[in-house]
Ligand binder design. Structure first.
Ligand SMILES: *[C@@H]1O[C@H](CO)[C@@H](O)[C@H](O)[C@H]1NC(C)=O
Ligand SMILES: *[C@@H]1O[C@H](CO)[C@@H](O)[C@H](O)[C@H]1NC(C)=O
Length: 277
């Protein structure tokens, strides 16, 4: 069985509909990152907002001046030519002089991305120019080559512009929640055996609901000072401990990322979905 066919169903986190309270249907409550807080403006300068038609759609993070990592599912049924990457933002519904806006010159989806299982849910966005790095726009480090994913219990942070409940009411600014890495086997059991190896799960670790929600997809899970996860999927109810948050495990893709960024020979890029201007 694949995610989406289970009793809990699957909420694609790119859809702008979600909730904070478990007893309410999606869309009825204000919702962002669940159980988190607004961060100090521009304190997470690596955060990227991927938007379509002026609407925030997904998160991502800058790791090179013209490369952003995001989730592959963010680009399903989307024409990247109509997407923009916004850097240096805090509150998406106001105009901010710190912003730098880029078009997407190329989307490189992982060649083994599987929409039905969400395996390998990662893509790289090449921007149409280089970001100017400074206080408002900066890089987030990838895990080192050969790094292991953080151990169960590790405290990490997930950030995003989250989902808006009524399609009009965005969060006040970038939100962030503290979460703990959950053992993958425990998480896999909660997900009835639907998880693939290169995934990573988190939970709040206490009785409160904390985690990501719709439109946080593609954003980073930061453990220590590095991006160890990419928001991928969770259950129908955001923050529900019965369906823990699932991320793409970034450390499993570090070699692939550098291969793409450094430019691989054409034979090795065969099978990649590359769209270029
Ligand atoms: C990149 O795209 C943005 C947004 O479309 C545009 O404003 C900017 O001029 C472009 N930059 C370059 C170097 O083409
Ligand atoms: C999850 O459980 C299923 C069923 O036992 C197993 O086939 C799969 O490999 C497990 N996934 C992980 C990441 O361990």
């Amino acid at each position: 069985m694949v995610p989406g066919t289970g009793a809990w169903g699957l909420l694609l986190l790119t859809v702008a509909a979600a909730l904070m309270l478990p007893t309410r249907p999606p869309g009825s409550q204000r919702a962002q990152i669940i159980g988190g807080q607004e961060v100090l403006p521009l304190s997470r300068p690596y955060m990227a907002s991927v938007s379509f038609e002026g609407q925030h759609h997904c998160g991502g993070f800058l790791f090179r001046a013209h490369w952003v990592v995001s989730a592959a599912h963010c680009f399903r049924n989307r024409d990247p030519r109509t997407g923009l990457v916004v850097l240096g933002a805090h509150s998406l519904h106001t105009s901010e002089p710190t912003r730098q806006v880029f078009s997407i010159a190329a989307v490189v989806k992982h060649p083994e991305y599987q929409p039905t299982t969400h395996a390998n849910d990662i893509c790289l966005l090449r921007l149409n120019g280089s970001a100017v790095l400074g206080p408002a726009v900066g890089l987030l480090q990838l895990p080192g080559r050969g790094a292991q994913p953080p151990a169960a219990g590790t405290l990490c942070h997930v950030a995003g512009w989250g989902s808006i409940s009524d399609f009009e009411d965005p969060p006040p600014g970038l939100m962030e929640a503290k979460v703990r890495v959950l053992d993958l086997d425990v998480c896999n059991s909660s997900w009835q055996g639907q998880l693939s190896p290169a995934m990573l799960c988190t939970h709040s670790g206490d009785r409160w609901r904390r985690g990501f929600c719709s439109a946080d997809s593609g954003g980073p899970l930061v453990c220590g000072s590095r991006a160890h996860g990419l928001v991928s999927f969770s259950g129908l109810w955001c923050g529900d401990p019965k369906t823990p948050d699932v991320y793409t495990q970034v450390s499993a893709f570090v070699a692939w990322i550098w291969k793409v960024v450094r430019g691989s020979p054409p034979s090795r890029t065969a099978g990649l979905l590359v769209w270029a201007t």
